[in-house]
Design a protein around this ligand. Structure first.
Ligand code: 5GP
Length: 179
């Protein structure tokens, strides 16, 4: 599908995202006050979300990265999660908040949470910009959610289509209509 020729429908505008991130940042700052917060950002999809989210967090925070497998060039998950790069920080004793762009089947987040728990953090929670609960294959409820959305393939604001379009500053869906 050549999405340049298709119609783009904005799902979360830059303003929607900025407003919601202010609220999320405030909530996280209150919840983690006095704790040892370490944000672990899942690459590549959450790099933009993480960058904007942490700038709305007003308490001290360490930031680490992990790379997990993604959808690749298609729209469907393979159902097999693999870790391409583990976190390099020692997370022992930290209150870890895993940040991802979207939770779809829930397989990625469950895999990452289970993996990080083996490293003895004080706590592990999850934060996603977008949640598609209707697509869940495992029991998982993210602790912080930006927007709950329907079962649509979304692109932009870090989310890729064929590894492109991550730089689009808003979240959009591609409709079948031609431009
Ligand atoms: P899950 O393991 O929950 O099925 O999927 C998590 C990963 O799949 C996300 O981090 C994201 O990279 C990718 N993903 C899931 N849904 C979408 C979507 O609608 N659009 C894009 N671009 N990626 C998605």
């Amino acid at each position: 599908m050549d999405i340049e020729k298709k119609k783009w429908e904005v799902l979360c505008s830059e303003e929607d995202i900025a407003n919601r991130l202010k609220q999320l940042g405030q909530q996280i700052s209150e919840d983690y006050k006095g704790k040892n917060l370490m944000v672990i950002s899942l690459l590549k999809g959450s790099f933009i979300f993480t960058a904007d989210l942490v700038r709305n967090i007003t308490i001290p925070v360490k930031i680490g990265f992990m790379t997990t497998s993604s959808y690749g060039h298609g729209k469907e998950t393979s159902g097999v999660v693999s870790m391409l790069a583990d976190v390099t920080d020692d997370i022992k004793g930290y209150d870890v908040l895993v940040v991802d762009d979207i939770t779809d089947s829930g397989l990625t987040m469950k895999y990452v949470l289970d993996h990080l728990k083996t490293k003895n953090p004080a706590s592990v929670k999850s934060c996603v910009l977008l949640d598609k609960p209707s697509r869940r294959k495992v029991e998982l409820v993210p602790d912080y959610v930006g927007f709950t959305i329907e079962d649509k393939f979304v692109v932009g604001y870090g989310l890729n289509y064929g590894d492109y379009y991550r730089n689009v500053p808003y979240v959009f869906v591609v409709t079948d209509e031609d431009r």
